[in-house]
Design a binder for this molecule. Structure first.
Ligand SMILES: Nc1ncnc2c1ncn2[C@@H]1O[C@H](COP(=O)(O)OP(=O)(O)OP(=O)(O)O)[C@@H](O)[C@H]1O
Ligand SMILES: [Mg+2]
Length: 285
């Protein structure tokens, strides 16, 4: 080991002391789980956090993988303004891909790094209670997104039980209502609400961009009060908008800090957690 590596380890020590036993809810974007190499590189970092005593809860969706599978099955994906419509067939694909393929692949990678992980969706143990999103006005059109759910309630009981038993929960972004209807839910939203319900120390959203960009510039820190302005000005849009809005809600709900980072680049999770400068965007109250 080179001296600079030892220095890095020493720099991590106060963070390890501070975060040991705390809950981190970490969400991986679809792109991060797309290739086995990418997924392995990310899960290795998760395993390190876990092994130093951080109670990690993983959340994932899998938009790109669902689209791929739909194509293989000859199912057309309908989108309005870049947003997927979840019709009956698309919901079936979401169930198979989110709660099936991606989830079990993540468990096996974690197992390889010595972490006993348990896969579940928001339907298990009444974790996520959702309601069908009412049709929304988009410009002149009224758009019905189909089986897309908004979260009504989170019951983290099962997650506490798993963590208490030494298991790392891996949650896919589905939810259900009391009548047994299953819904596709934005994974950023699931992660943020679970983080708030658990009083998590950190909410980490790992995506395919370095963080919140203002033009070309990466914002390494943003205060909650700045977010509305950035959204209003169109600086934050698309898939970044639910991330920052949900992160802000989670912070108001008691989560200590929220981080958006690039899960496609090596070591970003560890850098963000264990170094003074970090590498992505930190949102704080
Ligand atoms: N100000 C901004 N800074 C950074 N990214 C932005 C900004 N505004 C919009 N974006 C877009 O948001 C995208 C990230 O959201 P996206 O929903 O695509 O990814 P994800 O949430 O990680 O994945 P998934 O939706 O599959 O879980 C970026 O790739 C970028 O195109
Ligand atoms: Mg997204």
């Amino acid at each position: 080991m080179k001296p600079e590596h030892v220095a890095l380890l020493r720099q991590a020590l106060p963070y390890i002391n501070r975060f040991k036993g705390k809950v981190f809810v970490i969400k991986l974007g679809g792109e991060v789980a797309r290739t086995p190499e990418q997924l392995a590189a990310f899960c290795e970092q998760v395993a390190l956090l876990w092994q130093v005593g951080i109670r990690v809860v993983l959340v994932h969706g899998g938009g790109p993988q669902a689209t791929e599978m739909a194509e293989r099955l000859g199912i057309k994906t309908r989108t309005v303004d870049g947003r997927r419509i979840t019709d009956d067939e698309t919901l079936d694909v979401a169930k198979m891909v989110f709660a099936g393929k991606i989830n079990v692949e993540m468990l096996s990678v974690l197992r390889r790094y010595g972490v006993a992980a348990v896969g579940l969706s928001g339907v298990d143990g009444d974790l996520i209670e959702a309601a069908r999103r009412p049709p929304v006005q988009v410009g002149r059109k009224v758009v019905d997104y189909g089986h897309v759910g908004d979260i009504q309630k989170v019951d983290p009981g099962l997650i506490h039980t798993l963590l208490g038993g030494g298991f790392l929960p891996v949650i896919s972004s589905l939810g259900a209502d009391a009548d047994g209807n299953i819904y596709n839910i934005n994974a950023d939203t699931v992660a943020a609400r679970v983080a708030a319900a658990m009083g998590a120390e950190k909410l980490v959203l790992a995506s395919n961009v370095d963080g919140v960009l203002e033009g070309e510039t990466l914002r390494s820190r943003i205060k909650i009060d700045e977010l509305e302005g950035l959204i209003g000005a169109g600086t934050i849009r698309g898939g970044m908008q639910p991330k920052v809005s949900e992160a802000a809600e989670a912070l108001r709900g008691g989560v200590v800090s929220a981080h958006i980072l690039n899960g496609m680049k090596p070591d970003t999770l560890l850098l963000e957690v264990f170094t003074d400068d970090g590498c992505g965007t930190m949102i704080a109250r």
